[in-house]
Every structure is written in C-alpha cells, then in structure tokens.
Design a protein around this ligand. Structure first.
Ligand SMILES: [Zn+2]
Length: 712
C-alpha cells in the first residue's frame, strides 16, 4: 500500500472518517513511527550549532502527523469500538508506547535541546518557543535521560513494574466487584428503589438463570440502592461489600490490593529518589502549577478548616432528620446517602425529573452557543465533514469578520461500542506550517440518551452541566492563538490547571439570564419558572460542606502518603540518606523491579487515621478499606495530584467572580478571559495567565461563596 492510498496518512485537511478502516492502522502507525525516528536521527546527527530551526522544526511535522493519526485511531477505538478497530488499536499500542519511552531517554537529542537552551539564540525566541524548549528539557530529565547507564536501566524497570502493578490494581478492583452479587427473592426487600433500577436487577438475575433480583456493586445498581432502599440491613450489606472491595476483608484473597499498594508506593519512592527528589510528591508536582507539597498541604488544610463548620452542621441536620422523621436513632455510614436524599426532597420539593422537562436539546445547544457568541464575539455555525456515525454533527467557529477560528465534532448520544462518560479530545492542534495556518479541531463526546421516534431528547440539568463543561475544554483547544503545536490549546497546560476553563463554563448553568433563554417545557413550551429556578439554587449547596470535606480527606491522604510513607519501615523515616529500596536494589537481576523492603500496612493506616482525625466529621466503620479501591491514585494519573480538582475549582470560581462583578455575559471581560487564559494555552505558566486576567493571585473567596460557605 503506498502512502497516498492510506487515508490515515492524508493530512491535507480533516480526518477521512469516510474512508479509514482498521486495516489502515498498522501500516500508517509503522510509517509514522519510522518517519519520526528518522526526523530525530537527522537532528541528532546535525553538526551545526543548535537552533530552533535545526532542533525543533525538523521533527514538528513528523510529531504532528503521528499525533493526528494516532489520535484518530484512539478516538475510533473509544467511540465505535468494533472488534477489528480494537484489535488494530491494541496491536499498535505497545509500539507507540515504546517509541515515546525511548525518545524520552534519547541522550543525543537531549544534548541538542540543551545546546539550544544554552546557545545565544535562545533569548531571542518568543515566550511560546522558549516554553517548548524548557518543557522538553524537563521531560527528558523526568524521563531518566540524565541518569547514568545503571540507574537508567533501573529507572526503566521501575517504570515498567509500576505500569503492570497499576494495571493489576485496576484488575483486582474490577474482579472483586464482578465476583460479588447479592440475590433477593422478595421484591418487598427492594422497597423505595426506582422501578427502572429494579427492572435492571430482574434482568441481571434472569441472565444468570435465576428467579428474583440480582444486586451488584456497579454504580447503576449500588448508588440508587444506597439512596433509596428503605431496607436498612440491605444498605448495610451493600455498604460493607463496597467498602471492602479488593482488600483483606473482601470476598477473595486473590483480589487483595494490600501488597500491590505497598509495592506501588515503594517503587514510586524509588523513582523519585533516582531522579533526585526527596519523595514522590515532589516529583509529581514538578510539571504542575502547585510549587511544593507543603503548599498543597496548606491549601487542603485551609479548605478543610473552612468547610468543617458547614459539614458539622449538615451532619447534625441529617442525624436529627434521621431520628425525628425516619426513626433512625443511630445513623450509620450506610444511612448517609438515604437520609440525604430524603431530607433534600423534604426541603426543596422538586425532583430532577420535573426539571428535565424544561431542557430540550435544540434550546440547550442554542443557549450554549449564545453564551459563547456573546462573551467571545465569535459565531458558531453548522458545517459538514466526514464523521464516524450518522448522528455526529460538525460545527465551525468564525470570528467577527467571518474568518475561521476552529472546528468541532459533536457526538452526543450513548450507543453500543462507545465508551461511557463525557470528554473533549484534540483532533488537530493549531500551528503554522510554513506560512499556512493549521486551524485547531476538537472532538466533543457525551453519552446522553438518543432521540426516540424522531422526537428530540430532553436533558437533565446534570447533563446540561456536563455539556457546558466539555465545551469549556473545547474552547480552550479552539480559541488558542499559539502558533506552535506543543503549547497550543491544552498542550503543555499544567495538570492542576486544565479544569479551569471547563469548570468555569459550568457556572453558566446556574444563571437566570442564561437558563431563561434555553428552556422550553415539553408540553407548554414555557421557559423555566423563576420560582423553580430559585429552588434549584437553594438546593445547589445542599451537602456541599460534607462533599468538600470528603474530597479534602482523599486529597490529603493522597498527598501525605506520597510524602510521609517511607518504604523500609519507620526506622528510616528520620534518615536523610537514600532509602534502602533506592540504594541497594540489584540492577538487571530478574527480581530487580522488586524493592528490598517496603513499609508495613500499619504505617499506611496510621497516616489515614491521622488525616481522618484532622478533617473528617463522619465516622467510618472499622471495616472501611477505601484506599484498596482508590484507583485515581493507584491506577490513574492522580498520584500526589488528587488535589487538582479542588485546586482548579478555586481558579474557575475566582475567574467567574470577575464576570459576576461586571456582568456574567460581559463581552469586555470575555475578551480578557480569552486573551489572557484561553488563547495562551501552555505557552506560559497557568498562574501568570490567571494573574494577567484577574489582576491578582487566585483567592478562595469565590469558591466558598459559590458553595454557600460565607460567614453570615
Ligand atoms: Zn474536565
């Protein structure tokens, strides 16, 4: 097959979704990896003094093409995962992963970047280009390129061992979840549970060839049972099963994550020590906006301290309501969601279902575009492009003069073979190719219910918030003005600042000015009544104190465990020298990825107990083993980074507060937010962008006010 015949290798415009097939993946990926390797080789071999033109430019197009084509394959695998495309994706994945791990340690390429940074031309580069070089040097360093041969070998082993332990952690959680089921014969035992959930349980029992109802720990079953089941002992059974998943108290010892957790922590500690950091928390923060672990700890402690009085009051209210209205004298962990739900319905007298009748899809989209058009002075209009499914739509954003700014795909509905959840991904990054501008393109993906019988769908308010959130990420990608792909849009933006533009957009879902224009009742066509809006607002802050404290507890544990937990046990915690695990592991031996010793589980529990003493209001039952299923931290990308959610919330709330001061739809403030935050992408530190917009460093006040936590 020659390159012209492979549509994955056609980079003349938008992806050729009308022609791309699974059999195009392997030859395209091979060709693009070869191409990228050759481009790096040419840079490595170049004997001229290092310059932007001979170090960065020669690889730009090769990497852009690899990103774009591989992005298409990843996207198809996520949204139309037929066996053929999944196989093609899985076959190519190890090659792509190995390529990126290898180039992070390419010392000749690293040397060329260093020469560029130290050379006379560096100071003449613009901010974005200097940032690209700085980021590259940092990533080489964090990829192990500076280590000597022995340590570099060990570093790679540690990384590989960590990858497989993380996968093992996830497998254990999933397997222990799948291994557990509870069968109920009598429908009376399910009193209070919504009918559609019961129908699902009936269905699950039938697939197992049994009568009655099957209850599982998966969220579509677990969550409604905990919220609505009147049978207290049923809730207690479910709670215990969920809280002991993948632990020593779980159903099966083979799914116990106790050792996996200790080994992951030991290897992370070793990885950090190899790179010269005191602990993994320091390493994790290196590419983030937060500067030091103590800054993050202080932030979380402050937040917890402020939320605590509200959480205490909420908890007391729940206990009183449980006693007086529900006859529960000793409210326990398994009653919390149930009592909350009952108190909320009692206080605010409306349901999510009532609200849903007001949000037809066409009005919601028009309302979203109206916000964006008003504050950013752009226009969103329908356009056409080849897509992967007939229900996918395509739009373009143009500026006031009608010039193209960017384009996006909108894939709203759930369907078989499409990964659940909602997300934004980049399809094409903005950059200049010679003198021609390459416009940015984004994928916006949701999983809302699809139209039935040609009638348009209605969204829950939660779904409307999700759509605004993802569109916020999309605007970050599309309204960028950066000319180099490596720091345009979301590229190179600090992990703990990425959620700023998305959470910012959520605020518009709570504005009367916005909602009154984007609602129409299914039967009457009337907009949302002001009185119902007021009740929504009143209910918005129900339980936020407890929720904020719970997030702070998770985040503090995550941070503390990556600072204070020292593999090798307590005796080494006082020493400043490298830990035993880091200094004496034999390189190259078959058991090399196994650290010699790791701290014991008691140390881990001691840290958790300490965090709970400090912040928690709700007592936990002694069987609670939540860390054994804490996959964000042990399997996801949030290790010593779980605080990012609350960190970015401070930024988004504080950014929105300037709009509240001047006008939530102010074009003047909108232009400033676009110029100083959205347009800048990763071309300068997120803090600088924020200060340039807000005129001062971020403040906690707006977040507290939005959550009803102002002293009154
Ligand atoms: Zn997000």
């Amino acid at each position: 097959m020659n390159d012209n015949a492979n549509p994955l290798l056609d980079f003349s415009g938008l992806p050729r979704f009308d022609r791309i097939r699974a059999e195009h993946v392997a030859p395209a990926v091979d060709a693009l990896l070869r191409n990228a390797r050759e481009a790096i080789q040419r840079v490595d071999d170049d004997a001229h003094p290092a310059s932007w033109a001979n170090v960065v430019v020669p690889t730009e197009t090769a990497f852009d093409h690899l990103d774009r084509a591989w992005g298409v394959v990843q996207h198809l695998n996520a949204v139309v995962s037929a066996p053929a495309i999944r196989d093609a994706y899985n076959a190519a994945l190890p090659k792509v992963t190995a390529f990126y791990a290898d180039i992070a340690q390419d010392r000749r390429w690293f040397a060329r970047f260093r020469a560029l940074a130290e050379g006379p031309g560096f100071a003449q580069l613009d901010d974005a280009r200097r940032k690209v070089v700085d980021n590259a040097l940092r990533d080489f360093r964090l990829g192990g390129a500076e280590l000597d041969d022995r340590d570099r070998e060990r570093f790679k082993e540690v990384q590989e061992a960590l990858a497989s332990l993380s996968a093992k952690f996830d497998d254990n959680v999933l397997d222990s979840e799948n291994a557990w089921a509870h069968y109920v014969d009598d429908r009376q035992a399910l009193r209070g549970v919504p009918a559609d959930v019961i129908a699902q349980m009936r269905d699950e029992a039938e697939s197992d060839g049994r009568a009655g109802y099957k209850l599982t720990l998966r969220s579509p079953c677990y969550v409604p049972v905990m919220q609505y089941a009147d049978d207290r002992s049923l809730r207690a059974t479910m709670h215990r099963a969920s809280a002991t998943r993948a632990s020593d108290l779980g159903g099966s010892p083979s799914f116990d994550n106790s050792d996996v957790i200790l080994r992951i922590l030991a290897l992370r500690h070793e990885e950090a020590r190899l790179l010269g950091y005191r602990n993994y928390a320091e390493l994790s923060l290196e590419p983030k906006m937060a500067q030091t672990p103590s800054e993050v700890l202080a932030f979380l402690r402050d937040l917890a301290h402020r939320a605590r009085p509200f959480a205490t009051r909420e908890y007391d209210d729940l206990k009183a309501f449980a006693r007086d209205a529900l006859g529960i004298d000793d409210m326990a962990a398994w009653d919390l969601a149930y009592v909350s739900e009952k108190l909320k319905a009692h206080r605010f007298a409306y349901s999510e279902q009532d609200l849903k009748q007001y949000f037809p899809e066409d009005r919601v989209l028009a309302g979203l575009f109206r916000v964006v058009e008003t504050i950013y002075g752009v226009e969103v209009r329908p356009s056409v492009a080849p897509t992967w499914h007939p229900t996918v739509r395509f739009f373009e954003i143009v500026d006031a003069k009608g010039a193209l700014v960017g384009q996006f795909y909108l894939d709203l509905y759930a369907r078989e073979g499409k990964q659940s959840g909602a997300w934004m991904d980049d399809a094409i990054n903005r950059r200049y190719v010679h003198d021609r501008l390459q416009h940015p393109v984004a994928y916006l993906t949701c999983n809302f219910s699809r139209p039935v019988n040609g009638a348009q769908p209605y969204f829950t308010h939660r779904e409307v918030i999700t759509l605004f959130h993802e569109f916020g990420h999309g605007l970050h990608q599309l309204l960028t003005r950066v000319d180099v792909a490596a720091v345009s849009g979301l590229q190179g933006v600090e992990w703990d600042a990425v959620e700023l533009p998305s959470q910012f957009m959520e605020n518009y879902c709570w504005q009367w000015d916005v909602l009154s224009h984007m609602t129409a009742h299914r039967e009457t066509g009337a907009p949302l009544p002001r009185q119902l809006f007021e009740r929504m607002l009143a209910a918005r802050n129900f339980g936020t104190g407890l929720a904020m404290l719970r997030q702070a507890e998770f985040a503090l544990f995550d941070m503390r465990v990556h600072i204070d937990y020292i593999p090798g046990g307590r005796e080494s915690t006082s020493g400043e020298g490298p830990s035993r695990a880091a200094s004496s592991a034999p390189a190259g031996s078959s058991a090399a990825a196994e650290p010699q010793a790791w701290g014991d589980a008691n140390d881990l529990q001691a840290i958790l107990d300490d965090v709970r003493r400090e912040v928690a209001v709700v007592p936990k039952p002694p069987y609670d083993r939540f860390i054994h299923a804490f996959d964000h931290v042990f399997a996801g990308g949030y290790a010593a980074g779980y605080y990012s959610y609350q960190w970015a919330q401070v930024l988004s709330a504080d950014a929105f507060s300037l709009f509240e001061e001047v006008g939530v739809l102010s074009p003047e403030i909108g232009a400033r937010f676009r110029d100083e935050v959205l347009a800048r992408g990763g071309s300068r530190p997120a803090l600088e962008s924020f200060v340039a917009f807000r005129g001062r460093p971020p403040s906690l006040d707006a977040l507290l006010r939005h959550n009803g936590m102002v002293a009154s």
